[in-house]
Design a protein around this ligand. Sequence first.
Ligand SMILES: [Mg+2]
Length: 329
Amino acid sequence: MIDQLLASMQVVALPLKSKFRGITVREVALLKGPAGWGEFAPFLEYDDAESSTWLLSAIDAATNPAPMAYRGFIKVNATLPALNSAQEIEELLQSFVGCDTVKIKVGENLGEDIVRVARVRALMPKAKLRLDVNGAWSVDQALINLYEIYEEVGPLEYVEQPCATLEELRKLKEKLAFEIKIAGDEVIRKAKDPFAINLQGAVDILMLKVAPLGGITRAREIGAHHKLPIVVSSALDSAVGISYGLQLAASLPTLDYACGLATGQLLSADIAALPLENGELAVRSTSPDADLLAKYAVPVERLTWWKERTKRAFYAGTESEIKARGWHW
Ligand SMILES: [Mg+2]
């Protein structure tokens, strides 16, 4: 299997509009299997064990048909990185056509965070606002910072990972003097075993990201296990990876929140079109455009690097999981 997988692999480097997660270019490996295209794009600093679930996701997509869909369009939110320039914020928000929900990255600097959130509120007075802290705050910082932000902009839809650990999230929920929902992201996707954790009293909403959780099949199993409302989100995927997020979101019987799947707007180029209309994306299987694959292809040394990485990830966990699941290429 690994040889066929590597033979079909192509790698592109997609430029970002502005810095996100400290990067300006997103490298994405794509491979083709019997059911279509798979995307393998763990961030460069991730080790082989962590990358092995991302590879499982790519192989799931390339091997297995998409699950049954309950809906053909998915409502999505705008995603705002930790930008501070008023002009950049306005331009980026305008690109999320029709979105009435904005997820704002915060956590590095409270003063800047408040200005950023207030700018979004001023530009979109009726929008639902959510914050993503990426676990940066202690419980005490979260209590103070959430209160200050609340005073500035009013109620938030929810806050994602205000603190890093489940214990801290639980403590924060106990101490909060006002109602605010907490979404869990890193506590689920970075857990050694996402089925073994107890989210009770700590997390109200489950973030499901297809690639880090090992694909649509496994993400659906994790969602069914925890029985919480779900927001499907991307990991700065290309249009191919986003299409699995859309398929996962479409397969859920209930979907009460806008999904974080419009992150294609953060890229200044992609390998396929994914038109955002009225704040929604259409659910469909997506193949990369051959001309765009060629245009954004990485130099041969990078392709070799990705192939080596794929091999290591495969033997670091993907192979055994595929065998256990009985998947065939
Ligand atoms: Mg997050």
